[in-house]
Design a protein around this ligand. Structure first.
Ligand code: 5GP
Length: 107
């Protein structure tokens, strides 16, 4: 089933892209928990992250790690929090959230 993230991949709806490869895309979350909250997704439609084949699964995390290093380089933070939730959008994604302090998050 296509989701809003596939429309972002195809360019049908806009997103602020921060990194892209042939297989993966990173873009700013529209409702960020903190400034610089990025979502990393496989471009191929995949609902459940553990359905991704092993090679792409590993490559997705390596891509996310590089994006996290980039976030940390440009946004002052103690670390970049990592989460895989998937409550709202049924397209596999990794949340990368710069964290200065837990109290900074917009829960
Ligand atoms: P989850 O599925 O992991 O619970 O959360 C999905 C995330 O996608 C949320 O943090 C939400 O703000 C983000 N999101 C939902 N729709 C859009 C959209 O159209 N554009 C962007 N950039 N982010 C979105």
């Amino acid at each position: 089933m296509s989701t809003i993230f596939s429309k972002i991949v195809s360019g049908d709806i806009p997103a602020y892209k921060v990194a892209e490869s042939n297989d993966f895309l990173a873009f700013l979350d529209i409702n960020p928990l903190a400034k610089g909250h990025v979502l990393v997704i496989p471009k191929r439609e995949t609902d459940y992250i553990f359905d991704i084949d092993d090679d792409h699964y590993m490559a997705l995390w390596v891509f996310a790690k590089i994006v996290a290093q980039g976030i940390k380089a440009v946004i002052p933070c103690a670390r970049v929090g990592v989460s895989v939730i998937g409550l709202e959008v049924a397209h596999a994604h990794i949340h990368l959230v710069p964290i200065k302090a837990i109290s900074d998050l917009n829960f």
